[in-house]
Design a protein around this ligand. Sequence first.
Ligand code: PLP
Length: 339
Amino acid sequence: MIDLRSDTVTLPDAGMRAAMAAAPVGDDQFGEDPSVNALQEQLADLLGHEAALWLPTGTMANQVALRVLTQPGDDVVVAPESHSVWHETGASAANAGVQFTVAGSAGRFTADDLQAATKPTGHMILPPTTLVQIENTHNRAGGVAWSAAEVRPVLAKAKELGLAAYCDGARLWNAAVATGTPESELADGFDLVAVAFSKGLGAPAGSALAGSADLIRRALRYRRMFGGAMRQAGILAAAASYALANRERLHEDHANAATLAETLQPVAGVSVRPHDSNIVVFDLDEAGPDAATVVQRAAAEGVAVLAFAPRTVRAVTHLGVTASDCQAAAQVLAAASAG
Ligand SMILES: *Cc1c(COP(=O)(O)O)cnc(C)c1O
């Protein structure tokens, strides 16, 4: 099976397993896991923030960030189909008690969009907008990568409006490769930035938040509150460090995704969403097969993809699929999506 359902299906290789086996560990809740500490320091440096905090999942990173940066009842501005809204089983409402306002389209919004979506604080009726959240890359929009030039004016507007800023950078590594920008530049100006290791680079688990020492101290409390404080997590942190060292290879995934997109785009009835990185999302018009049919037809030919909506399919490239796998998969998906 050529598995393009998600980049989370990647597996640790022998080198990563060796790094995990050799990792020095300790009790991370006493701050005594050398591998976690080293990863956190590396990340703070890499992302250009004062401090970083290990978390077991990206969903928890998003939830902790919302708790740190908002109060219950607050309004958070996001792009359409953001992960926090669609993929976290209502966690943001349950854990932080926030509501979302959607701005922009296709994974992005502008400073003007942000201004239009923002409600004032201290109003008798309106919910106070206190946070802007950027997802980079944006998953459901199709792996859309925000450039630093797109982020900067939005964050300047946020500052002017008195909003905090959060980056869900589960795939910030992909955004850095796609835009040719260092991660620190894409992470600049946010109060908190999340990154994940469990996507296309083979690590079994792990995410992190980076920000000021003060915000990370507050995040530490909510990590414990949400049940995410771990003990000898260094075994996982070692896998994360190993993954990080190999992130340059993500450009191969992007090239493979471009192959998929270029093969699918000309198929009648298919429209491929804008894509910059390792995710290809395509919509199927009413005249042709629906997403479930495409998934089923592709599976019968040895290609696994996900139905994202009744007429929307997602394919994701990663460490576990080669260029020739993706060329073959592109032909299968094109045939499955036709008529
Ligand atoms: C995968 C992902 C997350 C976190 O997911 P987990 O499965 O909880 O690690 C968060 N945001 C985005 C955009 C993602 O794609």
